[in-house]
Write a protein that binds this ligand. Sequence first.
Ligand code: FES
Length: 196
Amino acid sequence: MQQKNPDPSPPQADPTGRPHDLEGSSRRGFLYNVFAGVIGLVALAVPLTVGLLTFFAPLRRRSEGTLVRVASVADIPPDGIPRRFPVVARRRDAWSLYPPEPIGAVFLRRTSEDAPPEAVSSICPHLGCAVDFRDNLGRYLCPCHNSTWTADGSRVEPASSPSPRDLDELKVEVKRGQVWVDYQKFRNGISEQVPV
Ligand code: FES
């Protein structure tokens, strides 16, 4: 009597004669898909990250000052009297760079031949008027509400001065006889020196 085959679809054999491993093949396919997905995400994330960093780089720069050459050391007599110098620079907003133009002014002074230059902003910390140094008074004067400062930028009579703080000091670098100022503006009307 002839016996029936209990399994109508016996396992397939590959050309080498080995049985085909369906479970292993499916696992390899799954891992391949995961690997391809990760590679795809990385390939997408890299240009996206670079693009975002480039796009927002100008916003990060806004918090920094602008290093500008404003004079040579020889332009500042070592007599302790502040002199006014324009600040000319390439103004930059978030995404544009403009031709050189005046963006403000600073006062520079040297108290002796060997002393490094000191710089203060010409902007009044009260409401932003331009201050002037009056040789006859030996003081800075703001014409808007008569705040006064000594030659080193300290307020005269701070308790009654309209200005909430001393004149804003600016960092100075001297390179090969040239005076560079880290020019920036600060918020008006407050006692702290906070960049805008
Ligand atoms: S703006 Fe200078 S004292 Fe008011």
